[in-house]
Design a protein around this ligand. Structure first.
Ligand code: C5P
Length: 406
C-alpha cells in the first residue's frame, strides 16, 4: 500500500531508539508520504536536528515558544494538518505526559491539540515498561483511542538486558501507519454535519444506592464519537455511566437512566446522523424506593419492572428524523436474524450487529467482530479493534451521505 500524498508528523522522543526513527523517516518517504518531524529536547541528545532535517527535507520543529516557527506554522496547525501523528520512540516520560494531558513542550502541546489519529511506538527499558505507572498510562492512552505498535521483546540497545521494551522495527511502524490511514476517516468527510452518538449502559435505580445495569463499557460508542469528530463532524455524545474519559473536543452529556438518555437525545435533534451504540436497559423499576430498602426477614423481594422507551426507535420515527439512523445490536445467538428483525421493528437504516457471547470477550474488550445489516443486505466485517470498526462505520456513513447528495 502506498502512502502517496499523506502528511505524517513524526514526534521523536528522547530514547536511544531515536536512531531507528531516522530509518523510519526514510521508509515513510519511500512510500510517498511527506514527513515533518518534531523533536523533544531529550531527543536532540540522541540524534541531531541536522540528521533528522536531512532525511525529512525540512528543519525539524523543536520549540513551543519559537516565534519564527509559531508565526510560520504554529503548533495548532502542526496538530491539525497531519493525516497521522506517529510518536517514535514514545518514552515512558512522553507517554506519562500524554496520558495526563500535559502540554509543556512542543511535542506534548501538539498531542493535546490534535484530533488526528495518533500511533505510539513505545521504547524503554523493560523495568520501566513493566512498571505499574507506565502500564497505567499506556492503558489510558489506549482508552483515549490512541493506537500502539510494540514494544517488542528482545535485547536492549543500551545494555545487554533482554525483555519487553524494544521499539518496533521501522517496517512494523510503517505497516501500522498504513493500517491507521486505511481505517481513518477523511478529516473533512463529515464537515458541516451534526452527529448524535449514544454510548455506554444506562442505570435504572432500585433505591438510592442500588441499580440495574449491564456490562457495556462504552468503548465502541466513544470510539464512534471520536471517529465522527475526526471526520470533521460536530458530535454530541450522550453517555451513560462509563469509566472512560470524555473524548477531547466532543460535547459529552452524562446521563444515568434511559429516560434521561432519551430526553438528552431528543434535545440534541436536529442532527444529520444518529448512531445509537448505547446498551440501554430494557426495563426500569416502577416506583424506585426513595430510601434504601431493608431486608425483609429472609422473604423474597419482588421488583416490578416496566419497559423503557426505545431511544433508537423514537429517533427513527421522529418528526425530525435524521437522514441516517444507525443502531447496534448485541446478540448472543441468531445474530443476523435478530438484527434483521430489529432493523424492521425499530425503523432504523442500519444495524451494526455483533456477537457478545462471553467467549468473544467483546464486552469491555478492545476488539469487535461486526456485521453491517442494511436494507440491501449483510456485510461481514473482519475482526478488528473498536477504533477500526468506528473508522470503517464513519467512512460508510460519509460515503452514503455523499452518494445520496445529503
Ligand atoms: O433491542 P435491543 O436493545 O437489542 O436494540 C439495540 C439497539 O437499540 C441499540 O442501538 C440500542 O442503542 C438501541 N436501544 C435504544 N433504546 C432502548 C433499547 C435499545 O435506543 N430502550
Amino acid at each position: 500500500m502506498s502512502l502517496a500524498g499523506k502528511k505524517l508528523l513524526l514526534i521523536i522522543g528522547g530514547g536511544i531508539a531515536a536512531y531507528k526513527s531516522l530509518d523510519l523517516i526514510r521508509r515513510l518517504r519511500e512510500r510517498g508520504a511527506s514527513v515533518r518531524a518534531v523533536m523533544t529536547g531529550a531527543a536532540q541528545e540522541f540524534v541531531t536536528p541536522l540528521s533528522v532535517g536531512a532525511l525529512t527535507g525540512e528543519k525539524p520543529f523543536t520549540e513551543l515558544f519559537d516565534a519564527a516557527s509559531e508565526f510560520d506554522v504554529g503548533h495548532i496547525r502542526l496538530a491539525r494538518e497531519a493525516d497521522v501523528i506517529v510518536v517514535a520512540p514514545a518514552t515512558a516520560d512522553l507517554m506519562a505526559k500524554m496520558a495526563n494531558g500535559l502540554a509543556n513542550d512542543l511535542a506534548t502541546a501538539i498531542l493535546l491539540a490534535t484530533h488526528r489519529p495518533v500511533l505510539v511506538a513505545p521504547a524503554m527499558n523493560p523495568a520501566m515498561w513493566t512498571h505499574p505507572a507506565t502500564q497505567r498510562n499506556f492503558a489510558q492512552l489506549i482508552a483515549d483511542g490512541i493506537s500502539a505498535i510494540g514494544p517488542n521483546q528482545g535485547e536492549m540497545a543500551e545494555s545487554n538486558e533482554t525483555g519487553t521494551g524494544r521499539m518496533a522495527e521501522p517496517v512494523e511502524i510503517v505497516a501500522a501507519v498504513e493500517n491507521l490511514i486505511a481505517i481513518a476517516p477523511d478529516k473533512s468527510s463529515l464537515k458541516g454535519k451534526r452527529v448524535l452518538v449514544t454510548s455506554g449502559p444506562t442505570r435504572e435505580p432500585i433505591d438510592p444506592v442500588r441499580f440495574i445495569s449491564n456490562q457495556s463499557s462504552g468503548k465502541q460508542g466513544h470510539a464512534v464519537a471520536r471517529a465522527a469528530a475526526a471526520a470533521g463532524a460536530e458530535v454530541v455524545l450522550i453517555s451513560g455511566p462509563v469509566e472512560l474519559p470524555d473524548p477531547s473536543g466532543i460535547k459529552t452529556i452524562h446521563v444515568n437512566t434511559a429516560a434521561e438518555m432519551l430526553k438528552a437525545a431528543e434535545a440534541a435533534l436536529p442532527v444529520d446522523v444518529a448512531i445509537c451504540a448505547a446498551a440501554v436497559a430494557d426495563w426500569k423499576i416502577d416506583d424506585a424506593a426513595p430510601e434504601k430498602m431493608k431486608k425483609a426477614n429472609g422473604g423474597p423481594l419482588t421488583l416490578c419492572l416496566s419497559e423503557n422507551p426505545d431511544i433508537l426507535s423514537t429517533i427513527a420515527h421522529h418528526k425530525r428524523r435524521p437522514k441516517l439512523v444507525v443502531g447496534f445490536a448485541a446478540e448472543t445467538e441468531k445474530i443476523l436474524d435478530n438484527a434483521k428483525a430489529k432493523l424492521a421493528k425499530k425503523g432504523c437504516d442500519w444495524i451494526v450487529a455483533n456477537d457478545v457471547s462471553p467467549e468473544t470477550g467483546v464486552f469491555g474488550g478492545e476488539r469487535n467482530t461486526v456485521h453491517l445489516v442494511t436494507r440491501e443486505g449483510v456485510e461481514d466485517w473482519p475482526t478488528q479493534s473498536k477504533e477500526a470498526v468506528a473508522g470503517a462505520l464513519v467512512r460508510r456513513i460519509a460515503d452514503t451521505l455523499k452518494r445520496a447528495g445529503k
